[in-house]
Ligand binder design. Structure first.
Ligand code: ZN
Length: 475
């Protein structure tokens, strides 16, 4: 039986953004909740976004000479304790296997929360000489971090990610790699996710456990909160010393290597949803959208309509467009709403009158703009339109973020700034007490430091500032 009205209701995006988010991710079938609390099932529509993210990022890593490998899920507990800061940072979230094969294990095994330790242990075996360097590897894997409060994509006990791990002969080369990967993430966020980000160094408090320096990219979500969307770490010789990653240098002496690691995760899917979504649901950037175009036949019982739609589908598919033809029994209006909620960037309507004129109607998901176009040049038109949607989505998100970065000269101004869904730029002296005070007073954290030669004063204590910091409430 045909459905004439669209039944799915989603919460109001302006008044109840958290509900809107969970409604959208579940009702568009991106994700479902797993039987174990805090776990998620990524359904085909969500996984297809991840596959597109993987494809794009993987090509970028390979262009930098990075090779993929795979390391074991289980890590001996003793490895975790070798780097003091690392174990302290991850201990509260680590899941541990104590029994297997019906017996208690001699040594408990961690389920990887990240792989610096196990990869470091292998690198120490593989690296002997400066000729073995640099080592540039990446793995696509799942990791587990036991979380108390969870939300699909944003924070779950198990998630998917990539983690790059490199070893270099010099500090300069390793720092350069760290920043290069940050730049790769930023370019990828812009051109694939249509997502503007702020990049910069993290404070000591916010850095990765065991790193010398962590660099992050932060994106502004619809509610003005920040989402850490990717990080790149310069690890110095911390892990090299803990895992004995040494090489015989050209001068005949043994030296420790310099390592880096960098990662993005399925969190990016949450970031896409919360950067671009609107009252009607998802708006997916064309580059990573599982379905880029949906064709909806109008008056499909009329002769020739379905055939013409199928032909159009073939034409677009051949041109490399990811396209779906909705031949279901539902009414066109129902189909419009459903595919809008699912965030498909472009809809094509094709009915008897269009066919007679040799035309089709295109509708953009992001602006709802309708246009008529020649069927004979459908592939060119659609590809150009998808490119325009992609750029416009970025430009809109960028303009929005830029307009919502404000300056503050006092804690009260900072509080007002974040209360009004802004990122707030302010001077900071560099001490932990002042950073904690901002958190306590405004529930905001230092997201990135973006200027190390500032003439400002600390927003908390009034002393000369070391950095300008972007503060925000964060996911
Ligand atoms: Zn201070």
């Amino acid at each position: 039986m045909a459905k004439d009205t669209f039944v799915e209701q989603i919460a109001d995006i302006e008044t109840d953004f958290p509900r809107w988010y969970t409604d959208v991710v579940v009702k568009t079938k991106l994700v479902d909740y797993g039987p174990v609390k805090g776990t998620m099932v990524i359904r085909p529509y969500g996984y297809a976004i991840w596959e597109n993210i993987q494809k794009e990022l993987d090509a970028r890593f390979k262009a930098h000479g990075i090779e993929n490998a795979y390391f074991p899920l289980l890590i001996p507990m003793s490895f975790m304790t070798k780097e003091a800061e690392h174990v302290e940072g991850f201990a509260p979230e680590v899941a541990v296997v104590t029994h297997a094969g019906g017996e208690k294990l001699a040594e408990p095994l961690c389920i990887r929360p990240t792989s610096e330790t196990i990869i470091g242990s292998m690198y120490s075996k593989w690296i002997q000489s400066y000729r073995d360097l640099p080592v540039l590897m990446n793995q696509w894997a799942n990791v587990m971090r036991w979380e108390k409060t969870t939300r699909p994509f944003l924070r779950t006990s198990e998630f998917l990610w990539q983690e790059g791990h490199t070893v270099h002969a010099s500090e300069a080369e390793a720092v350069d790699m760290t920043l290069k990967m940050l730049a790769v993430y930023e370019e990828f966020a812009k051109n694939c996710l249509a997502m503007p980000v702020l990049t910069g160094r993290k404070t000591e408090k916010e850095k990765f456990a065991g790193a010398v320096a962590t660099y992050g990219m932060e994106a502004m979500m619809h509610d003005g909160k920040s989402l850490q969307a990717g990080t790149s770490h310069y690890l110095g010789q911390n892990f090299a010393k803990a895992f004995d990653i040494k090489f015989l240098d050209k001068d005949g002496t043994q030296k420790y290597g310099y390592t880096t690691s960098f990662g993005v995760s399925t969190r990016l899917i949450g970031a896409i949803i919360m950067t671009h979504g609107d009252a009607r649901g998802l708006i997916l950037p064309p580059v990573v959208a599982p379905v880029q175009v949906v064709i909806v036949p109008i008056a499909s019982k009329k002769p020739g309509v379905v055939e013409a739609c199928r032909e159009l589908k073939n034409t677009l598919t051949k041109a490399g467009v990811r396209v779906v033809l909705d031949e279901s029994e539902n009414s066109p209006g129902w189909k419009f709403n459903e595919w809008e909620m699912k965030g498909v960037p472009v809809r094509i309507e094709l009915g008897p009158r269009d066919l007679e004129a040799g035309k089709m109607v295109t509708v953009r998901r992001d602006t709802h703009e309708k246009a008529e176009a020649e069927l004979s040049s459908a592939a060119e038109t659609v590809k150009a339109l998808l490119a325009t949607v992609q750029t416009d989505m970025y430009d809109r998100a960028k303009a929005r973020m830029d307009s919502r970065i404000v300056r503050a000269n006092s804690l009260d101004e900072l509080l007002a700034g974040v209360d009004n869904a802004n990122f707030v730029r302010a001077g900071w002296c560099g001490c932990r007490e002042c950073e904690d005070k901002v958190k306590e007073f405004a529930q905001a954290t230092a997201r990135v430091m973006d200027d190390e030669n500032t003439s400002e004063t600390c927003i908390v204590c009034g002393k000369k500032a070391d950095h300008t910091v972007v503060f925000a409430r964060a996911y």
